[in-house]
Design a protein around this ligand. Structure first.
Ligand code: CP
Length: 319
């Protein structure tokens, strides 16, 4: 695997899941694999879990990490065409910056959220693609304009650990209220990974205007009826995302979508998932977050093993 930007970069998903589980049992068993290698982590947006878990994963493989908060520490970057006249706020073009990162690092990891203003631009993954094009080294997405693959891989790992029955798990991905328009990445990515894995039944519940793009959800059931999605579910993934029509807007503040214990009672004693950070009693009720039904911390813990398996796969292939 050269780059890691989506489920479809992974040549053998079951094998990668096994590798992550092996690292969870024995974190340091490949501690020399990354020796002498440096992971550069470039953040255009904030992060807690992704940053720390990926740093721990790299350390477990013997890699050094350098974190660069580009939005606050560095020169402001330009992502326009090569012939753009840079007479505005941006100081350095990605064509130079990414090539410089390629000189300094062996693997580059990048977080670049969508702007939620222009759907075509976000869906083109313009920023991540420019890092890949110009850096000349393997690139790992730490969440891009449309996807959050390290999160989804950790989510899948968590489901695999918890679902011990032979039948496929029934999973509900449900929209939740929020006060800000958020990216669609986590929801897109979760659907993509569950469907690429192929071992589950996935239903996505959302208010009208929030239907995710079929390129991520083809194969899932889509409904506007949250109760129908919850009925009999083994896992409920709770997440807000901004409207898809009109793109990136905040169009629904219906608090009836908040998952509470009464609604959870309709499920098959489902485990409740969220990528974090979560706004208590806006997106998800405290009564659930503080109960054994919530597996959000296990998900966050699994971010380390997911990142470690991905980095190990890239190091084996490329360096
Ligand atoms: N879930 C997740 O990506 O968390 P951070 O934004 O804190 O990295």
């Amino acid at each position: 695997m050269r780059h890691f930007t989506s489920a479809y970069d992974v040549p053998d998903l079951p094998k990668l899941l096994d590798a992550a589980l092996a690292f969870k049992k024995q974190p340091r068993f490949r501690e020399n694999l990354g020796q002498g290698r440096t992971l550069g982590m470039v953040f255009l947006n904030p992060s807690t879990r992704t940053r720390i878990s990926t740093q721990i994963a790299a350390r477990n493989l013997g890699m050094e990490t350098i974190v660069f908060n580009a939005s606050s520490d560095g020169w402001s970057l330009e992502f326009g065409d090569a012939d753009v006249v840079m007479n505005g706020a941006s100081v350095e073009h990605i064509r130079e910056a990414a090539r410089v990162f390629g000189e300094y690092f062996d693997v580059l990891a990048v977080r670049s959220f969508p702007n939620l203003q222009n759907r075509d631009e976000d869906f083109s993954e313009k920023i991540l693609k420019q890092f890949i094009e110009h850096a000349g080294i393997p690139v790992v997405s730490l969440e891009s304009a449309t996807l959050h693959p390290l999160q989804s891989f950790a989510d899948l790992l968590t489901i695999k650990e918890l679902h011990l029955e032979k039948r496929p798990p029934r999973i509900a991905l449900t929209w939740a209220p929020h006060l800000k328009p958020l990216p669609q990445c986590v929801a897109n990515s979760f659907a993509q990974w569950i469907l690429a894995w192929g071992g589950a039944e996935l239903t996505i519940a959302c208010p009208p205007g929030h239907e995710l793009d079929k390129k991520f959800t083809a194969g899932a059931k889509i409904t506007h009826d949250q109760n129908a999605a919850l009925a009999g579910a083994d896992f409920v993934y709770v997440k807000n995302w901004s409207a898809t029509e009109p793109y990136g807007q905040l169009i629904c503040d219906d608090q009836n979508w908040l998952l509470d214990p009464e609604k959870l009672a309709k499920t098959n004693r489902a485990k409740v998932m969220h990528c974090l950070p979560v706004r208590r009693n806006l997106e998800l009720s405290s009564a659930i977050l503080d109960s054994p039904d919530a597996v959000v911390v296990q998900q966050a813990g699994n971010r380390v093993w997911a990142a470690q398996a991905v980095l190990a796969e890239i190091l084996k292939f490329d360096t």
